[in-house]
Design a protein around this ligand. Structure first.
Ligand SMILES: *[C@@H]1O[C@H](CO)[C@@H](O)[C@H](O)[C@H]1NC(C)=O
Ligand SMILES: *[C@@H]1O[C@H](CO)[C@@H](O)[C@H](O)[C@H]1NC(C)=O
Ligand SMILES: *[C@@H]1O[C@H](CO)[C@@H](O)[C@H](O)[C@H]1NC(C)=O
Ligand SMILES: *[C@@H]1O[C@H](CO)[C@@H](O)[C@H](O)[C@H]1NC(C)=O
Length: 195
């Protein structure tokens, strides 16, 4: 036989060719998304508590009734990404105990935007541990109380026409020192943001 070796080129079936094309396409699209993402890489969202005060304070035995007020400031430093807040809730803790909680309305935050959110929630007869109640009485006498504010949210970024998946945003503001007096000298608190 005079068939030289090497000319027996493997004939790839159309199915294999198709698979290779698809794979190449997936890699190219993936790379394009990755490069776009790196180019517009979202900058860290910023949170702070700018104002805080307490009204209608009453501690009867260990039952706390009060209205917690906070002005929550959030800044989206990105100039390409809008943020969709699909869910958000805020919890206020006193010595690790959940003393106030509320859902916030969903909202959209434009690029390079500062949004101020008002948290105002009346809590009635929240039962504190006797230890915490004792401590709160002392702090009340001292004129100010240390609280922690935690925010959980579900967000998406929107870049051009693309929306990303959901991210879980976790914000911790601690300690938030709130004055009982009507004197509104509040020490702005920067928060830790994680997502
Ligand atoms: C304090 O709570 C008790 C029940 O635990 C109630 O009978 C009483 O009226 C309350 N006092 C005030 C001032 O709210
Ligand atoms: C805090 O308490 C409220 C009820 O008062 C509850 O609905 C909420 O889930 C609690 N939050 C957390 C984070 O435990
Ligand atoms: C930020 O966005 C909100 C909602 O779109 C808008 O009401 C507000 O005026 C914006 N703030 C600034 C400082 O542009
Ligand atoms: C709370 O108010 C008092 C005066 O009413 C003031 O002396 C104190 O510095 C204030 N504390 C804070 C943390 O703003």
């Amino acid at each position: 036989m005079a068939v030289p070796q090497g000319t027996t080129t493997k004939k790839r079936s159309p199915i294999t060719l198709c698979a290779i094309c698809c794979l190449a396409l997936i890699v190219i699209v993936g790379l394009a998304i990755l490069i776009t993402w790196l180019a517009i890489k979202p900058k860290k969202i910023q949170y702070s508590i700018d104002e805080g005060w307490i009204r209608d304070y009453n501690l009867n035995n260990s039952r706390l009734t009060s209205t917690f007020n906070f002005v929550i400031r959030t800044y989206n430093p990105n100039n390409k990404a809008k943020i969709y807040y699909d869910r958000m809730d805020v919890t206020v803790y006193y010595r690790g105990q959940n003393v106030s909680y509320d859902d916030m309305d969903p909202f959209r935050q434009p690029k390079k935007n500062v949004t101020r959110l008002m948290y105002q929630k009346n809590t009635k007869d929240v039962v504190l541990s006797s230890d915490s109640a004792q401590h709160l009485k002392l702090e009340r006498t001292g004129g100010q109380v240390d609280l922690d504010v935690k925010i959980n949210a579900k967000i998406r970024f929107k870049v051009g026409v693309f929306k990303t998946r959901h991210y879980k945003l976790k914000v911790l503001c601690s300690p938030v020192v709130v004055n009982f007096s009507n004197d509104k000298r509040f020490q702005k608190t920067d928060c830790d943001v994680d997502y």
